[in-house]
Design a protein around this ligand. Structure first.
Ligand SMILES: Cc1ncc(COP(=O)(O)O)c(C=O)c1O
Length: 382
């Protein structure tokens, strides 16, 4: 008998940017000079205080399983930061520590979604968001958030898509791939529509202007997804967390016990150091991103790649490349082969992303300048 993977898994799309990255690495191995603007990963080393805390944790024998929900000191440090930043009074009992934000989403959507229930999210969106929803047998409902909508969910449009099957509204501000933020009033209005908010706050802190607003400031029933990968430059460490209404904690604990046993022991110790001691180092990285953002925006403008709404968060600029090609993957591949500059095809981020290219500014000002010069020259002569 022939077996095939189930339909809900077949519906999960490949992450196209990984194909670009792979080809870029191949070209590098062949001796080509490649500039990476495709990956959503800080180019900085993890701050020293965090590394030292991990080294000490290993020496001290933090090499065993921990409690499934995460060690109490880390859960406390997480709520201390949330309570301080957003003036909240969250109890550490609501925190579930995970081995990265991605496992957090896998578990959260598993406990939230009944088969066939709908989750509203923006189009474009982070490439993997619908994948987690599909894995949990949910149905992603895409609401346009393109240039006309200022690249954010429109409250009225979301309201129109709410049905009795709607389970929650997923928001991501600052956003991947657009790097823009919902206004305070917009988060508040979305929180008031009825279905609970699931808020992916992984880019909080990486914002260039007014402070970020947590969904928890507007509803105690919101579900928070967050992690250490971006703000603390800890992508490879795999550390994330959820903050959920207390009645969901036990189900998440059971899932964690079954799926992952516990988050990584010594990495949790490093997480405490990150929250308690590494904020100044993270703020320095933020300031550097802020400068790079200016270089990126000026450069894109000068080579005729419009960014319809100025990004003010994360480390992405989402440029409109329709005038060069309707197919962003073909264009990204072409640019890579011709110029050695790797960028992410907008098609990765939903149908609304097609025709766009995502430029990450996780690279030096000099490299951004060189990359844009090369891309500009190529596009002009094409
Ligand atoms: C919006 C968003 N959420 C989650 C993640 C995944 O983060 P983690 O490294 O914690 O799994 C990413 C990574 O790019 C992201 O952009």
């Amino acid at each position: 008998m022939e077996f095939s993977v189930p339909e809900r898994i077949r519906d999960i799309k490949p992450f196209l940017v990984m194909d670009i990255l792979e080809r870029a690495r191949q070209l590098e191995a062949e001796g080509r000079d490649i500039i990476h603007l495709e990956v959503g990963e800080p180019d900085f080393e993890t701050p020293g205080v965090i590394v030292q805390a991990a080294q000490k944790a290993l020496s001290d024998g933090h090499t065993h399983y921990t409690t499934a929900l995460g060690i109490p000191e880390l859960r406390e440090a997480i709520v201390d930061r949330y309570n301080h930043l957003y003036n909240l009074a969250i109890d550490p009992a609501r925190v579930v520590v995970t081995s990265g934000t991605s496992p957090a989403m896998l578990m959260l959507f598993s406990v939230l979604i009944e088969a066939g229930e709908e989750i509203i999210l923006s189009d474009p969106h982070y490439a993997c968001h619908p994948s987690f929803i599909l894995s949990a047998m949910g149905s992603p409902v895409l609401v346009p958030a393109g240039a006309e909508e200022g690249f954010v969910l429109q409250v009225n449009a979301v309201q129109e898509r709410i049905t009795p099957r709607t389970r929650c509204i997923l928001i991501n501000s600052p956003s991947n791939p657009m790097g823009v933020r919902l206004a305070k009033e917009e988060i508040e209005a979305l929180a008031g529509l009825g279905p609970p908010l699931v808020s992916d706050e992984i880019y909080h802190g990486l914002s260039y202007g007014e402070r970020d607003y947590s969904a928890l400031e507007f509803s105690d029933e919101a579900f928070i997804i967050n992690g250490f990968s971006k703000y603390f430059a800890m992508t490879g460490w795999r550390l994330g967390y959820l903050i959920v209404p207390e009645r969901f904690v036990r189900s998440l604990e059971i899932l964690q016990q079954n799926y992952f046993v516990s988050p990584n022991s010594f990495v949790q110790q490093a997480g405490i150091a990150a929250l308690r001691e590494a904020v100044p180092a993270a703020e320095k990285m933020r300031d550097i991103y802020a400068n790079r953002r200016i270089t990126m925006m000026q450069g894109l403008k000068s080579i005729g790649l419009p960014v319809h709404r100025e990004p003010d968060g994360a480390f992405y600029a989402f440029a409109d490349a329709h005038q060069f090609s309707p197919n962003s993957l073909v264009l990204a591949r072409e640019i890579l082969e011709a110029t050695g500059v790797a960028v992410a095809p907008g098609a990765d981020f939903g149908p609304g992303g097609e025709g766009y290219l995502r430029f990450s500014y996780c690279n030096s000002v000099e490299n951004i300048e060189t990359a844009l010069e090369r891309v500009g020259r190529y596009l002009a002569g094409r």
